[in-house]
Design a protein around this ligand. Structure first.
Ligand code: GLV
Ligand code: MG
Length: 345
């Protein structure tokens, strides 16, 4: 059984001096979460120069770091974090999975050494609320021991079928929950989907037009268009609803075909339109794409401001450019205006 204990029951500081939990997720932009491997000297050397150019820098300790390099990655992250002033850029890490031999050392090393700089811990392969409870308790102990006065937030990757089934309880499992990302590669494998890509679409996942009919008879010889469908729509929509319900942030995740910037932008834009606030960047060129896509366009913001102005006290209905605007469209426009203001701050 999972998640049988209500969140308020389990979340309390474990020790005198442990930081009080925060319920409000700070409204700081995190359009691009840029992954780097702290055990890769070339990549690590670039980190200080990236400060201020991206909303989040994430030192990755999990998949894509070789087993032999796990300790070097952990130590490399400590070294980089201690030597760098991150200014407006958030520092996150992706720790190893809870069933791995490395995760305990990840947290017991990182929190005392760089807990004052770490904004968010990303937890992979989260299956249910119990995984978040474990991380939450451990963080509370380590924060109290280190005398930290700011709780480290938690971000879960949705990348198992069980995690998707438990998505609502994961989002509400702790006041530390900052957001969720889609993990399309692990999720595809766990669901036994027949894909071999990291995110994105598949040319075989499509819908074909109905055949034209002549005197009621279908002409199956006629050429017909096909339309590629989005493999990830269901999961993203489900994740967005669960995050909105709990007041935390949904994110797309990785897009592995670095060379296909056009499809990458399409995939990110779909996620933005559905409600996601950001995505992962696996290569510097994906940062620019994410920053562009996850910021509302100047035209959309200008239109939203016009609707807000035209709606006066916010009730009733007005006609603007031949379109009806009312309380509900005002709320949509406020989402856009608030995001623009948050990004401009
Ligand atoms: C990310 O971790 C993924 O599995 O897609
Ligand atoms: Mg994964």
């Amino acid at each position: 059984m999972t998640g049988s204990r209500p969140a308020k029951d389990f979340f309390r500081p474990l020790a005198v001096g442990a930081p009080e939990p925060v319920r409000e997720v700070p409204a700081r932009p995190s359009r691009a979460i840029h992954f780097f491997d702290p055990s890769n000297a070339k990549m690590a050397a670039k980190v200080p120069d990236m400060v201020g150019t991206v909303d989040v820098l994430l030192g990755n300790l999990e998949d894509a770091v070789k087993a032999d390099n796990k300790v070097a990655a952990r130590e490399g992250l400590v070294e980089i974090a201690q030597a760098t002033d991150f200014g407006p850029t958030q520092l996150w890490t992706r720790i190893n999975a809870l069933d791995s031999p490395w995760v305990l050392d990840d947290l017991t090393t990182l929190v005392p050494a760089i807990g004052d700089k770490l904004d968010v811990v990303m937890v992979p392969k989260v299956q249910g609320a119990e995984d978040i409870h474990y991380i939450d308790r451990l963080l509370a102990q380590l924060e109290a021991k280190a005398g930290l006065d700011r709780p480290i937030l938690v971000h879960a990757i949705l990348e198992t079928a069980r995690g998707v089934a438990n998505v609502e309880e994961i989002c509400g499992a702790s006041p530390r929950m900052q957001g969720l990302s889609l993990g399309p590669a692990d999720l595809a494998a766990d669901r036994r989907m027949k894909t071999t890509r990291v995110g994105g679409g598949h040319p075989g996942y499509l819908v074909r037009e109905d055949p034209p009919r002549v005197d009621g008879v279908a002409n199956l010889e006629a050429s017909r268009s096909t339309y590629q469908q989005d493999l990830w729509h269901y999961t993203i929509a489900r994740m967005v609803d669960a995050c909105a319900m709990h007041g935390i942030y949904p994110y797309y995740g990785p897009f592995g075909d670095i060379s296909d910037v056009v499809a990458c932008e399409d995939q990110f834009r779909n996620a933005f339109l559905l409600g996601c606030v950001g995505t992962w960047s696996l290569h510097p060129k994906q940062i620019a794409i994410a920053n562009r896509v996850f910021s509302p366009s100047t035209e959309d913001v200008a239109h939203a401001r016009r609707v807000v102005a035209a709606m006066g006290d916010g009730t009733g209905a007005v006609m603007l450019d031949g379109k009806m605007e009312d309380d509900a469209s005002l709320k949509q426009c406020l989402v856009m205006v608030e995001l623009a203001e948050q990004l401009a701050a």
